[in-house]
Design a protein around this ligand. Structure first.
Ligand SMILES: [Zn+2]
Length: 118
């Protein structure tokens, strides 16, 4: 049996069915974060790093629960239902120049973590 990955809307907290929403992140903000990180002086204190800009967050939303935003890069939840799809999407996303400025790792760990309950 193939495990189905579930996605919960960050706005209404309900599960998102296929073609009813997506997982997205602000690609421009991610690029800005990378630029800021590159310009930051090296050897900063941990406190300074903590206070600085954070990687752009990926969130899942129903189409009806979020304003359309051309800055947002989105992947339909129907394309992120299996671990194979998640791996394929990750490979595709890694080709994006801004991707390293996002917290996709949080998504991977959260979804992979659910395997341990099987
Ligand atoms: Zn919603």
């Amino acid at each position: 049996m193939t495990t189905q990955i579930t996605w919960t809307c960050a706005e209404c907290k309900n599960p998102i069915r296929d073609h009813q929403g997506n997982v997205g992140a602000d690609a421009h903000a991610a690029g800005d974060y990378l630029s800021a990180a590159a310009e930051a002086p090296s050897g900063g204190t941990a406190a300074a790093l903590m206070a600085g800009p954070r990687p752009t967050r990926w969130e899942a939303y129903h189409h009806d629960c979020i304003e359309e935003d051309t800055r947002r890069y989105e992947v339909g939840v129907q394309n992120l239902r299996t671990y194979q799809q998640l791996a394929a999407a990750t490979g595709h996303l890694m080709e994006k120049a801004w991707f390293a400025g996002t917290d996709w790792k949080r998504i991977l760990l959260a979804k992979a973590g659910s395997m341990s309950t099987l």
